[in-house]
Design a protein around this ligand. Structure first.
Ligand code: T3D
Length: 265
């Protein structure tokens, strides 16, 4: 299947997905959702893919929902759009696809990330942003509530006080501030963003994919689990990881004093 609104490329075990509606700041339409969902599914089904790198074309990562589509529906009169339906069908599916992905998802935030654009970025496993990037919970400015997992991830990442103020005021957070608050992993020079993100993606793609997938699931489970439940989960995951080829390779490589060659199994 050819994509109209994303670029999709696989090299060195990394599937790079680029949101490609630069003239509209990569705002989300039904078409972009369709292509992104298909791109993520393709990467998940391709066993040669051991990391996904998500970024945007042009000067923005994503300005969130395409409001021109919504404006047309509102102007047409009637009840207006049922955006609960689109959140359910499109944004929730997208965030579930990122969190449920078999492999780590790295996000390179190349410019402004607003509304659902910000929260899609924050749903990724490792987020790296260029200095010029900004994170804006723009929803309140159009009378909406943060979606795409914002009310889940924001308080967990930066605490309730900051999360609530950002959601209620809609102020922009610079990439530097985002790094200082722990909203993202790292803020880097704009010119170095893609190289830095690719370097992280390459390390992950050469890593123990099976264990990395379980690390992802363990981190997600910890938000709702008790310590006892989390200890049990760690036992179960460790049991499975301990049976992997990569564990054997890791221990053997350590004893041989050489770097491991993980095959992702
Ligand atoms: O509806 C549902 O399904 C519910 C789901 C909701 C999820 C959401 O994401 S709600 C929040 C939607 N997003 C926003 O409210 C953000 C709107 N955009 C902005 O606030 C600003 O554009 C930015 C802060 C992102 C960037 O500002 P700036 O000054 O760098 O650029 P600009 O001049 O505002 O935008 C450049 C162009 O992109 C402009 O088009 P033009 O005039 O050059 O033809 C602008 O209209 C367009 N654009 C920007 N954001 C959107 C957009 N077009 C459609 N939808 C957008 N979200």
């Amino acid at each position: 299947m050819a994509f109209e609104t994303i670029l999709y490329d696989v090299a060195d075990g990394i599937a790079t997905i680029t949101l490609n509606r630069a003239d509209k700041l990569n705002a989300f339409t039904e078409d972009l959702h369709r292509d992104l969902a298909a791109g993520l599914a393709r990467a998940d089904a391709d066993e040669t893919v051991r990391c996904v790198l998500l970024t945007g074309a042009g000067r923005a990562f994503s300005a969130g929902q395409d409001l021109s589509e919504r404006a047309m529906m509102i102007r047409a009169g009637g009840e207006g759009p049922d955006i609960g339906d689109t959140v359910d069908r499109l944004y929730n599916r997208l965030v579930r696809a990122i969190r449920g992905a078999r492999v780590p998802v790295v996000c390179a935030v190349n410019g402004v990330a607003a509304g659902a654009g910000a929260n899609v970025a924050l749903a990724c496993d490792i987020v790296i942003a260029g200095h010029s990037a900004q994170f804006i919970q723009a929803f309140c400015k159009v009378g909406l509530v943060p979606d795409a997992g914002g009310t889940y991830h924001l308080p967990r990442l930066i605490g309730r006080a900051r999360a609530t103020a950002l959601a209620m005021l809609g102020d922009a957070v610079s990439a530097e501030q985002a790094e200082a608050w722990g909203l993202i992993w790292r803020c880097v020079d704009d010119a170095a963003l893609l190289d830095e993100a690719r370097a992280v993606a390459r390390r992950l793609a050469e890593g123990p994919t099976f264990a990395l997938g379980m690390i992802k699931r363990a981190m997600d489970a910890s938000g709702a689990n008790t310590l006892d439940a989390q200890l049990d989960l760690e036992r179960d995951f460790q049991q499975q990881a301990g049976k992997s080829d990569d564990y054997r390779e890791g221990v053997t490589a350590f004893m041989d004093k050489r770097p491991p060659r993980f095959r992702g199994r």
